[in-house]
Design a protein around this ligand. Sequence first.
Ligand SMILES: Cc1cc2nc3c(=O)[nH]c(=O)nc-3n(C[C@H](O)[C@H](O)[C@H](O)COP(=O)(O)OP(=O)(O)OC[C@H]3O[C@@H](n4cnc5c(N)ncnc54)[C@H](O)[C@@H]3O)c2cc1C
Length: 347
Amino acid sequence: MTVIEASGPASRASGHSFAWINGGEAGQPEHYHQLRAHAMAEHRLMSHQLDWPVRWGGSLEWQADPAFDVGDQVRIMQQRGAEVRSITATALKQIEPELIVPAATQLIFAERDGALDAGAATRRLFESSLQMGAKAMMPARVNGLQAHAGGYVVSTDMGPVEAELVVVAAGVGSSAIARMVGMELPQRPTPGLILVTKPTAPTLRTVVYGPGVHIHQQNDGRIVIGEKGGPPETHPHPQALAPKPGAFPDSALASVHAARVLKMAKQQVPALAEAELEHIGIGWRPLPTDGLPVVGRAHAHPGLYFAVMHSGITLAPLIGRLAATEILDGVEVDLLSHYRPERFNPL
Ligand SMILES: Cc1cc2nc3c(=O)[nH]c(=O)nc-3n(C[C@H](O)[C@H](O)[C@H](O)COP(=O)(O)OP(=O)(O)OC[C@H]3O[C@@H](n4cnc5c(N)ncnc54)[C@H](O)[C@@H]3O)c2cc1C
């Protein structure tokens, strides 16, 4: 196996992810909840088998929007088998004492959720694959795909590579690779601001998903803060964001945005006043236009296998295992039937 990587492991979405491992939202299709439930079980298995940088503390979600009915959300998720319940602001004190919410707030407590240090996990898996015999071409961008004698010739910055099967798991960049063989993989990638603090004293146990921001603390003490909404569609954002930058153009602008997000976070977790920022980055979510993963062989191009999705941190261990089964055993796993690339490429 040869990994062809344009920059480096965890250089794009996986290194700038909020990385909450969760069962999804009530509005999503039931089959997708089932997929996520299997994926969460697979993460648990990984954390027993590997030194896996995950924290299982549960999650707490609430919204300022009065139309967000916690009772309804919990009922639907429970009907679909999720272990969630609603709790009051008073009960919250037992679970997450540093978190401040308005007195009448109801929250969704999903006890089995967790969060991953996705950058560390990605680098660890990459290193393990090299130790097990994989080769890496890096930095090397894929520029072309040419069908050739039962496989493909992949053109890269470091020269051509012949492959029997090409797995396209290039996140946002996967759409451009699909177009190289005339396939559609439409995405609407959205940016997300991610702040990471230096290691701090134990502050949070759960993933906190409140209005405006979401926050969790990793096992190494670092606190990860993500902004919930995207940037406004006003000048100069569309032009500045068109090249999908992973950072702000200068440190002054980065500090302004970081201060804005940190202010919201401190209103919910005042102990963050002690925290020092270590990293300010922008992540781009790989996001197929219907919000669902794209996984599997392309029927018109059976030498190509796609694995492109949002919520890729939650889903990765399961998709990795199922993709390996489909590729190596030549089977189609039913659990993946809703996510085939053909939905964008009808024959
Ligand atoms: C702000 C933010 C918050 C998120 N929050 C969550 C969350 O809470 N929970 C969750 O489950 N998921 C979350 N996600 C989504 C999750 O992070 C992604 O689904 C996942 O990281 C995707 O991993 P990937 O390997 O497919 O893509 P990436 O990590 O983007 O990796 C793709 C790789 O392909 C390489 N590449 C691209 N094009 C080429 C090319 N032509 N040639 C060679 N290499 C190429 C890139 O360099 C990159 O390294 C979030 C994402 C973001 C950005």
